[in-house]
Design a protein around this ligand. Structure first.
Ligand code: FAD
Ligand code: MLT
Ligand code: ZN
Length: 479
């Protein structure tokens, strides 16, 4: 597994014993202490089947007090812990490296309140994103984020990874949308930052430390989040471009002419489309006539059905006249729109089906963003297939390299080249997925030594015994 290749187990951590199990049963009851081999095995492996731990225990607390008791005990005994949400993370952060105790948040899935004047949702961390979407939509609002993993990922996991996703272009980062958090620190202290205020400049805004810290500083237990109003008209177009320069120009044109109604701008190269058609059931290429090089999904969301549609149609026509778009189609009904989205959201699923996937999630200026895909293709030749897709409107490329099985020679062709290239562009080696286990030792490609040292000081202050998500996020050398 991933553990043996990178690190030794830190011998300072205790090994779980029967007294520990008895204590956990005393606070959580039999149902909250999972030792069943099959269930534990599922929690030990990540969504890609790439990272595998050897934990023997999953704890399923139902309240913040239970989380606090678990952590207080683990801290005293120095038992290492992995917080786990929906286990859809893509960087090996959500599964143990060795025998860490898994603390699953799935049992904390209650909606606490909804302020339907201001659109403020307060809920527990283990709520599944899609369930929250359905709930707020019934109230006339939407979640400020959406991602392909919505059916499984938890809002607590989204916050812990600072997930970006498909609505980022319109509603921005969770650093802006999360209003308050309740977090349990490593020693069991419950930190109540669960405000629902829009404005609050009293001292340091501590919640931001936990947004994107991937379970390394505390366990998120409750959340309040701002939800935008649900607007009445949504339109989705699927377009093709003959070259990458046209995709860039199209983005600028969309920003200018669709303006405030633009709600998504996603791109994928034809390798992604081919893969999606091959591996996803029931999807159809909306533009099958000719093999284009690039495809773009544009979504608009506004409040005036006829003018929004007219705007999108005019944009499409002009873009075709200007030669930016080779062909395009606007979804005529919900099922066509969901087919467009299924293709885009299904690329990760399709990649995994090939066998092995090397995932890179890069922030790079839009002008340079596709250069790395082409360079990687030249480096790898026929040894693997290189896919480029992502959130173009946010300058976020998903560079995926797929092959039938994991191979160290392929990896050596990719790394450190991909990190060095990104660093030379002053890009980010993790735009939205986090560092997890995969990139803990690579943080220096995107952050200065001084910044990494300060992060290590914060980690030591909040988790002095380093029980929370060990081996992840920060390099071992600074801890
Ligand atoms: P997990 O995978 O369980 O955990 C992720 C990290 O957060 C781990 O380090 C874990 O320890 C920590 N954690 C989880 N819950 C808590 C908690 N309550 N308190 C403290 N720490 C916690 N990501 C994007 O940003 N944008 C996308 O568009 C996107 N699309 C995806 C599509 C697919 C098909 C898949 C499989 C993944 C996608 N992801 C995307 C990645 C992933 O879904 C997100 O990172 C998501 O936010 C993880 O949520 P989760 O509940 O599954 O967390
Ligand atoms: C996406 O945008 O599809 C995701 O972040 C998931 C992935 O890169 O696989
Ligand atoms: Zn993404």
């Amino acid at each position: 597994g991933s553990a043996a290749t990178q690190f030794q187990r830190n011998p300072a951590y205790s090994v779980l014993n029967s007294d520990d199990i008895a204590y956990f049963k005393s606070i959580l009851g039999e149902n909250g202490v999972v030792q069943d081999e099959d269930r534990v095995a599922v929690a030990n492996v990540d969504w890609m089947g790439k990272y595998r731990g050897a934990s023997q225990l999953v704890l399923l607390p139902k309240t913040t007090t239970e989380v606090s008791k678990i952590l207080s005990y683990c801290n005293t005994k120095r038992l290492a812990v992995v917080p786990q949400g929906g286990n859809t993370g893509l960087v090996g952060g959500s599964v143990p490296v060795f025998d860490e105790v898994i603390v699953g948040l799935a049992g904390m899935n209650k909606i606490i309140s909804f302020d339907n004047v201001n659109g403020i949702l307060t809920c527990e961390a283990g709520c599944v994103l899609e369930n929250l979407s359905t709930f707020v939509e019934n109230e006339g609002f939407i979640m400020p984020l959406d991602l392909g993993a919505k059916g499984s990922c938890h809002i607590g996991g989204n916050i812990s990874t600072n997930a970006g996703g498909l609505r980022f272009i319109r509603y921005g980062s969770l650093h802006g949308n999360v209003l308050g958090l309740e977090v349990v620190l490593a020693d069991g202290t419950i930190l109540d930052m669960l405000t629902t205020l829009r404005k609050d400049n009293t001292g340091y805004d501590l919640k931001h430390l936990f947004i994107g810290s991937e379970g390394s500083l505390g366990v998120v237990t409750k959340i309040s989040v701002l939800t935008p109003a649900k607007l009445s008209s949504t339109n989705v177009a699927f377009l093709s471009c003959n070259d990458y320069t046209s995709c860039q120009k199209l983005l600028l044109a969309a920003r200018r002419s669709l303006g405030e109604i633009l709600s998504a701008f996603e791109f994928m190269d034809h390798h992604c489309i081919d893969l999606a058609m091959q591996h996803l059931e029931g999807v159809q290429n909306p533009l099958p006539a000719s093999p284009y090089k690039f495809y773009v999904l544009v979504e608009t969301t506004g409040s005036d059905e006829s003018s929004d549609k007219t705007k999108l149609e005019a944009f499409l026509l002009r873009s075709m006249e200007d030669g930016l778009v080779a062909d395009g189609v606007i979804a005529q009904d919900i099922s066509q729109a969901s087919n467009f989205w299924r293709i885009r959201e299904g690329i990760s699923e399709a990649s995994v089906k090939v066998g092995a996937v090397y995932k890179y999630d890069l922030s790079i200026t839009v002008e340079k963003l596709y250069d790395i895909v082409e360079e990687m293709r030249c480096r790898l030749g026929d040894n693997a297939e290189v896919l480029g897709y992502g959130h173009l409107g946010d300058g976020n490329l998903h560079l995926n390299i797929v092959s039938s099985k994991y191979d160290d020679n392929i990896l050596a062709q990719i790394e450190p080249f991909v990190y060095e290239w990104t660093s030379a562009q002053r890009g980010s080696i993790s735009a939205e997925h986090g560092l997890g286990l995969m990139k803990a030792e690579k943080i220096h490609y995107s952050k200065s030594p001084e910044a990494v040292q300060l992060m290590a000081s914060i980690k030591k202050l909040l988790d002095p015994k380093s029980i929370l998500n060990p081996y992840k996020v920060l390099p071992q050398s600074v801890l």
